[in-house]
Ligand binder design. Sequence first.
Ligand code: ATP
Ligand code: MG
Length: 302
Amino acid sequence: MGNGTKSLVKQARELAARYRIDDGRKFQLESIDPDDTGPFSDDDKSKAQDALAAGVDVLSELQDKLYAQDQWSVLLIFQAMDAAGKDGAIKHVMSGVNPQGCQVFSFKAPSAEELDHDFLWRCQRNLPERGRIGIFNRSYYEETLVVRVHDELLHRQNLPETLVTKDIFTQRFADIRNFESYLARNGVLVRKFFLHVSKKEQKKRFLERLEDPEKHWKFSAQDVKERGHWNAYMDAYQDVVRQTSAPHAPWFVVPADNKWFTRTVVAAAVIDALDALDLSYPKIGASQRADLDRARETLMRE
Ligand code: ATP
Ligand code: MG
């Protein structure tokens, strides 16, 4: 790794550390200002965009090694209120990576088939293979967010009645913590992002969607309805971070009122995560080297 890359990785680690939560027990959502731009002032926007572009290159190098080594896999989970910029963050941050080594799944309201299974089932079957980066655009965390805010959804999940008690969300948090420990012990590196947008900025983005015909498709009347439950969602998000942050599966609560900053922080956190794996291209042994030599001779004789 060149010196330029080393210093970029160091900067990425420092930036990501500002928003990383390994122990969420005392986490207060108020402590993160959605409009925060960390070390960058508004005039630094282009500096941050340069850092993002350089970061995308580093990410591409790291992903190549991840794929070649074929041991670890990386699971990136994105959660947010509507219009917080999940799709844009995913698109920009992953723009340089080889599509063969990357897979994105978007989890919507569960289908009838999905409701016929336990809540982790649909996520479990879409986990990234070794060597890959898997992205969950929404995830099993919806089971402690939308389902918590809308009690009626819980009662439509076909669960045996005796299991739907006041403890159900406490139990789901415990199950999620166990699942993420299990993943970590199996070589799946988990990183979770809550893109924290303000209610004011969401209104601005919704109005933009309504005004711009090219953005109409992104608008759904349901999103405005959900906005009516803002405080309940914020309480639920705070609880998620409190209950499920861990050193092996940290949450990053990323300020999301400035898209350029959100993307820079997410890229930084992914670079930091991959760098910490200390990846290298697989080295070959003596017998494989002899095979290569023989292959070269065969080709040269042609
Ligand atoms: P997004 O809203 O993520 O940008 P989208 O608009 O393309 O994507 P939607 O059809 O709105 O997709 O699907 C996402 C919706 O599905 C969200 O409102 C989310 O709360 C809901 N959802 C996801 N998982 C669950 C779940 N387990 N139970 C109930 N609803 C869920
Ligand atoms: Mg939607």
